[in-house]
Design a protein. Structure first.
Length: 200
């Protein structure tokens, strides 16, 4: 009986990394694509995904309980993962926009299949963004390996890489860059992102 109780207190620490209770809560903001491969071009915005998201480099949060740091993929995945492992984020968010033939619209967020903690953030992000800007919420897309039939494996490697260094990782597709009614300015984006991250 006593052994039993004692064993309860000898429980091994929980496996895996999680920084839920750490303050400041660190959020890694990853700019999608890279200098070498800049992603989709938005004609309404006059910029590629990589160019558009440079605004994140000026993004500052005043709340001392939250901290953000910007990362990019310019030196490849392994370099990014190493930097993230040093930073130890609560979550990573990789930023993109969609392209869909000019009429498609709405926000979506990608999360790895079976990854509930990431899913929660993805779900909150879609909801928050769609409500703030009155846009269609396309919801969370679950991604998995191409070999298992998941939509050509879109986003899977991105999330697989980021999850090596963080307990939560999502890939955010805010709008359709080729739909002038769907895009938003970087000022609007910054204001919403600040609100969202402070309340995460
Ligand atoms: Zn992209």
């Amino acid at each position: 009986m006593f052994e039993c109780v004692k064993n309860l207190f000898k429980k091994k620490p929980r496996q895996g990394i999680d920084y839920r209770n750490e303050r400041p809560r660190k959020i890694a903001l990853i700019i999608g694509h890279s200098e070498q491969s800049t992603g989709a071009l938005s004609r309404p915005l006059g910029s590629t995904e990589y160019e558009y998201y440079q605004f994140l480099r000026d993004f500052k949060i005043v709340n001392p309980n939250v901290q953000t740091q910007v990362f990019d993929r310019n030196k490849g995945w392994s370099s990014l993962v190493e930097k993230l492992k040093i930073y130890k984020p609560y979550a990573t968010i990789e930023f993109h926009f969609n392209i869909g033939g000019g009429r498609a619209h709405g926000v979506e967020c990608l999360s790895k299949i079976g990854d509930l903690k990431s899913y929660e953030i993805a779900d909150q992000m879609c909801l928050s963004y769609s409500q703030k800007f009155n846009k269609q919420n396309r919801g969370v897309r679950l991604v998995g390996p191409r070999s298992q039939g998941y939509n050509k494996g879109r986003g899977h490697n991105n999330l697989y890489q980021a999850r090596k260094a963080a307990p939560r990782s999502v890939l955010f597709e805010a709008f359709f860059g080729d739909n002038s009614n769907d895009v938003i300015t970087t000022d609007q984006y910054s204001m919403w992102l600040d609100y969202f991250i402070e309340n995460l």
